[in-house]
Design a protein around this ligand. Structure first.
Ligand code: PEP
Ligand code: MN
Length: 356
């Protein structure tokens, strides 16, 4: 249930609503929107009567939330959530944010070269996996801490914030030290221990849809993170498993408008994992922007054919630059913007040398 306060409700009136709800054994989440404050009541509501809250000073009305996810629901918060990434980038606003980088961090040179290309193309966030959840235990598992250190070097060279995956609760404190955005991968969507832990972390989170996860399950998993206190959650459509074998996954583009309709959380689209083949990535990246995605996450590589993971779906740096130009035009057509000019000036190589 949400208690919608009157526009001029005082802090004391909001406090009284919170105290009454908590005295009934319910957890409260005050949500301060641009136009209204609501207090979301979650947990066992059997002892809560709407009438008693409706009668309280400063209360406009109460509404039962029909969806099983409460805090992530658009009924609770009608405005889009906008996530501030370290003061540098805002995800969920008018700008469509492009995040790009290799599937895995492979070496210092590989990630720095890619980061410079990401920056020069006008994308805003560098991706790169240091801890890789791989289908086979014999496949490259990532460079671990060394990979995080190389990502930090690439950030120092370019100023780009970084997104990287966290795969276990044990490694979360270390990954959070380096990451500007924590990625929860598809295989961990329902790893509830990890969801609790990132819910307590002081970092934005990108939660990827599980390989066989429904949209509702994805939003319920987001709810785990938000209900633990971390409101900076974006959800990512990365394709789901179906009977279709022409693509690696079936990129469920309709998830974008569905989630935008039912939730206020920003939606990211990952056409790289969504299709699995680099020749299909540009079409689906453009389609995702047209469909209303707030951000894209793209796999790119200086030498895709020799990448240690997901080379088949990785764009070359040249193809990525071309795609960025096309994406700008699509964004404009749907009244969005891909900010950040592609730079004419290459990022100075001396800056590379300054990195400790
Ligand atoms: C990745 O981003 O490289 C990745 C492993 O993605 P997913 O969890 O969607 O498979
Ligand atoms: Mn990958």
């Amino acid at each position: 249930m949400i208690v919608i306060m009157k526009p001029n409700a005082t802090a004391a009136e909001i406090g009284a609503v919170i105290r009454r709800a908590e005295s009934l054994g319910v957890t409260t989440h005050p949500i301060y929107g641009d136009n209204r404050t609501v207090v979301a009541l979650v947990g066992d509501l059997t002892r809560v009567s709407r009438e008693s809250f409706n009668a309280m000073d400063g209360v406009n009305t109460t509404v039962r939330i029909q969806e099983p996810y409460k805090l992530a629901s658009r009924t609770t918060r009608p405005e889009n959530s906008v996530i501030d990434v370290g003061g540098a980038v805002r995800i969920g606003g008018p700008e469509v944010v492009v995040m790009a980088g290799p599937c895995s961090v492979e070496s210092r040179d590989q990630i720095v070269e890619t980061a410079i290309a990401v920056k020069e193309a006008g994308a805003k966030v560098l991706r790169g996996g240091a801890y890789k959840p791989r289908t086979s235990p014999y496949s490259f598992q990532g460079l671990g801490l060394k990979g995080l250190e190389y990502l930090a070097e690439a950030r120092a060279v370019t100023g780009l914030p970084i997104i990287t995956e966290v795969v276990t609760v044990e490694t979360l404190p270390m990954v959070a030290e380096y990451a500007d955005i924590l990625q929860i991968g598809a295989r961990n969507m329902q790893n509830y221990g990890l969801l609790h832990a990132v819910g307590k972390a002081q970092r934005p989170v990108m939660l990827k849809r599980g390989i066989s996860g429904t949209i509702e399950e994805l939003l319920m998993c987001a709810e785990y993170i938000v209900s633990n206190g971390n409101y900076n959650v974006m959800v990512c459509e990365r394709g789901i498993r179906t009977y279709e074998t022409s693509t690696r996954n079936t990129f469920d583009l309709s998830a974008v408008p569905v989630i935008k309709h039912t939730s206020h959380l920003p939606v990211v689209a990952d056409p790289s994992h969504g299709t699995g083949y680099r020749e299909y990535v540009p079409a689906m990246a453009k389609a995702a922007v047209a469909a209303g995605a707030d951000a894209l996450i793209l796999e790119i590589h200086p030498d895709p054919d020799n990448a240690l993971s997901d080379g088949r779906q990785s764009l070359s740096l040249t193809d990525f630059r071309k795609l960025m130009a096309d994406l700008r035009r699509v964004a404009e057509a749907v009244d969005r913007v891909i900010d950040g000019e592609p730079s004419a000036e290459p990022v100075a190589q001396e800056e590379t040398a300054q990195v400790a």
